[in-house]
Ligand binder design. Structure first.
Ligand code: G3H
Ligand code: ZN
Length: 345
């Protein structure tokens, strides 16, 4: 298929109450892993490219890789700009062929954020391209490094001192209507308690806040920093137990009332879930395992290949969790062969 427009897949997800995974790609192996996972799971998917990845790959190369991969598979693939922090990054991506944009004005005062988001929407909408905008601010774990216990191992949520700061940054329900109406944005990256860059899934989400926000707007809500979010109710119970253990050791760690897991958030209407760190770590772990097993290997494909396979498995697991697996009905003969072209080894 040719690239799909972001609005189409999110509208469908919202109606059918599942979420679409948006996976960050930093190169061809990522794009293959993401689109092949989608094909194998019969799932729609969003490939997202950050400005950092654009710098690494080159804008033209990034677009060409994703467009080609989308053409090979038979499920819808969206090409999304992730965390575009300037007007120019958004306009360049729009002109280059992205089918979904994001303006992240979360560092700006509300009125400035509204102004720039609205200006991008004005350019994108006539071309049929939607714009995601950020309200509140989703921090990075690195911002709290000094406050984390020295031996923090990501087996429990960051301590309460940090959570208080995360809570202060969350999207304010009172600002949602004004923000959405004045910007005309199509989806909302609302800060609801997640933290970017977590190495394990131990952070709860504020479901109460998500519910408040959903009451005020019908547009799809996007979860960022999702690698760190607790996945299921069962996982939530395990993390709660771990919280009790660390509290007994004198660390102030809490999961407040009204906070839950990804499963709960999807039931409350979360429609797009961004994953970067978990996929990147799978790539590294897959490659390390392969190289440790054969440190004399000279053929890089014997190392990157297992890395790519590990990413694909991680992504497929997320698609099952998000409920997007099996949502696309494809006639078997439309499925493209997974074999590569014939040629020299
Ligand atoms: O925009 C990208 C995401 O929010 C990814 O966050 O690296 O914590 O999964 P993550
Ligand atoms: Zn993000």
């Amino acid at each position: 298929m040719s690239l799909e427009i972001g609005t189409v897949v999110l509208k469908e997800a919202l109606e059918k109450k599942y979420a679409v995974g948006a996976f960050n790609a930093n190169g061809a192996e990522y794009v293959q892993a993401i689109t092949q996972a989608a094909e194998e799971e019969d799932s729609p998917v969003i490939v997202q490219i950050s400005p950092g990845a654009t710098k690494y790959l080159g804008l033209e190369m990034a677009v060409a890789i994703v467009k080609t991969a989308a053409n090979i598979v038979s499920v819808p693939v969206v090409l999304h700009l992730d965390h575009g922090v300037t007007y120019e990054q958004n306009i360049d991506s729009l002109k280059a062929g992205f089918t979904s944009l994001m303006y992240d004005g979360s560092e700006l005062p509300l009125d400035e954020n509204i102004k720039v988001t609205a200006a991008i929407v004005k350019e994108a909408h006539p071309r049929g391209v939607p714009v995601e905008a950020e309200l509140g601010r989703i921090p990075r774990i690195e911002e709290f490094k000094g406050k984390l216990p020295l031996d923090y191992d990501y087996s429990y949520p960051p301590p309460w001192d940090i959570q208080k700061e995360v809570i202060k940054l969350m999207a304010k329900p009172d600002e949602v209507e004004k923000f959405v109406n004045e910007t005309g944005c199509d989806s909302l990256a609302a800060a609801i308690g997640s933290i970017h860059g977590m190495e394990n899934d131990v952070q709860p989400l504020c479901i109460e806040r998500l519910r408040e926000i959903r009451k005020r707007t019908g547009i799809p809500i996007v979860c960022h920093g999702s690698s760190g979010v607790i996945r299921t109710r069962k996982d939530l119970e395990i993390v709660k137990q771990r919280v009790e253990e660390v509290r007994a050791k004198g660390i102030d760690c809490r999961i407040p009332e009204g906070w839950g897991c990804m499963e709960d958030a999807i039931k409350e209407g979360l429609a797009k879930i961004n994953i970067a760190t978990a996929v990147s770590m799978s790539f590294l772990e897959g490659m390390k395992k392969a190289w440790d097993a054969n440190p004399k290997e000279k053929d890089s494909r014997k190392i990157t290949g297992p890395g790519r396979d590990a990413m694909k498995e991680t992504i497929k697991g997320y698609m099952q969790l998000f409920g997007s697996s099996g949502q696309i009905v494809v006639a078997p003969k439309a499925k493209k062969s997974k074999e590569g072209p014939e040629g020299p080894e």
